[in-house]
Design a protein around this ligand. Structure first.
Ligand code: NAD
Ligand code: IPM
Ligand code: MN
Length: 347
């Protein structure tokens, strides 16, 4: 029987609840489709940091490299560990070390979910650059705690980094409805974003069959609310993509529905799958987190591992669940009840 080794990092807060839920669904579909998911749970989290002084062991990245895929719940417990410490100690280094440069985030309404917009039909695939740009971590502070203090955070965009994400976006657009929207702020940011626009125009020549549009981030934010049905693939830098995908989550009904895949397209290292949302300290331990985003992310993992039928089973089960109204209204159904409904639909 084909076996896949999966590193499970439940993390903090609702990350633990939604990982448990997604893992139950993944195990059920693996049994049905006759393959094995061999999970190893790693306790790396803010609680782990409090015990050890680090978010993961020194050889954490090397440990993860041995797995076929990584599944992550959510990281962050800002009341006890500063976010800049926890995220730069676990999630962000994994994305970078494993060259997971394409962060794929689908935004569409599931059956039974109405969302906040008039538009009731849209299908957007956000492709977020995931390893550089505004998240490069280059910068510093001088004259700290004085009136002369200066803080600098440099966004680094490389030709290699921009070209590969744009090309990835074009490939996705070609496989979908043939439209790509590139998002920048090249009216204000005259180096990096003008460069991004140029690279997009260059790469576009290789894809004459794909229709390209250029948007500024502010205009794109408005368009996603006013006319989301006009969008197909949306490609954006790390920070812009981060913000647009919480907006994407909102228009699809909430963060409980937004899935994501951090992909290394060259398969030189494991890819990582996680919901868009964070650890949600405000609802942690209440058993009311919506696990659908996490389960959907699990389906994206199965697709990546080469189990498309199992991935389809999971998506069908999610849709069967929401079509009956279960999990569609924030706070109405408990995590367990939604999980049970999806499990039942798999069988
Ligand atoms: P968040 O996504 O955790 O929560 C934002 C709001 O959405 C909260 O009101 C929360 O209750 C709600 N929400 C989120 N997921 C939900 C779900 N599945 N079901 C129902 N409601 C849900 O964002 P935040 O509050 O800004 O961040 C909390 C912590 O998580 C911080 O430490 C932050 O840095 C971290 N974070 C981690 C990740 C990640 O690990 N990938 C992503 C985002 C934020
Ligand atoms: C996300 C999160 C992370 C990001 C944070 C927690 C660093 O918001 O995955 O969207 O900005 O990438
Ligand atoms: Mn985010």
């Amino acid at each position: 029987m084909k076996t896949y080794s999966i590193a499970l990092i439940p993390g903090d807060g609702i990350g633990k609840d939604v990982t448990e839920s997604a893992w139950a669904v993944l195990q059920r579909v693996a049994r049905k489709r006759k393959f094995e998911l061999d999970g190893t749970t790693l306790p790396w989290s803010c609680a782990y940091y409090k015990q050890t002084g680090a978010m993961m062991p020194e050889d954490g990245i090397e440990t993860l490299r041995a797995f076929d895929a990584i599944y992550l719940g959510a990281v962050g417990w800002p009341a006890e560990v500063p976010d800049a410490v926890s995220l730069h100690g676990l999630l962000l280094p994994i994305r970078k070390a494993f060259v997971q440069y394409a962060n794929i985030r689908p935004h569409r309404l599931l059956p039974g979910v109405t969302g906040p917009l008039r538009a009731q039909s849209f299908d957007i695939l956000c492709i977020r650059e995931n390893t550089e740009g505004e998240y490069s971590g280059a910068g510093g502070r001088v004259h700290t705690n004085s009136q002369d203090e200066v803080a600098v955070e440099t966004a680094i965009f490389t030709r290699k980094g921009v070209e590969r994400i744009i090309r990835f976006g074009f490939e996705q657009a070609r496989a979908r409805r043939g439209r790509l929207a590139s998002v920048t702020k090249s009216n204000a940011q005259k180096y990096s974003m003008v460069f991004w626009d140029e690279v997009t125009r260059d790469v576009a020549r290789e894809y004459p069959d794909v229709e390209v549009s250029h948007y500024h981030i502010d205009a794109m934010a408005a368009r996603m609310v006013m006319a989301p049905e006009t969008l197909d693939v949306v490609v954006a830098s790390n920070l812009f993509g981060d913000i647009l995908t919480d907006l994407g989550a909102a228009i699809q009904g909430g963060l409980g529905f937004a899935a994501s895949a951090n992909i290394n397209p060259d398969r030189t290292a494991p890819s990582m799958f996680e919901p868009v949302h964070g650890s949600a300290p405000d609802i942690a331990h209440l058993g009311i987190a919506n696990p659908i985003a996490a389960i959907w992310s699990g389906a994206m993992m199965l697709e990546h591992l080469g189990q498309p039928e199992a991935a389809k089973d999971v998506m069908n089960a999610i849709e069967a669940c929401t079509a009956t109204g279960v999990g569609t209204v924030p706070g109405k159904d408990r995590t367990d009840a939604i999980t049970e409904a999806v499990l039942a639909a798999i069988d």
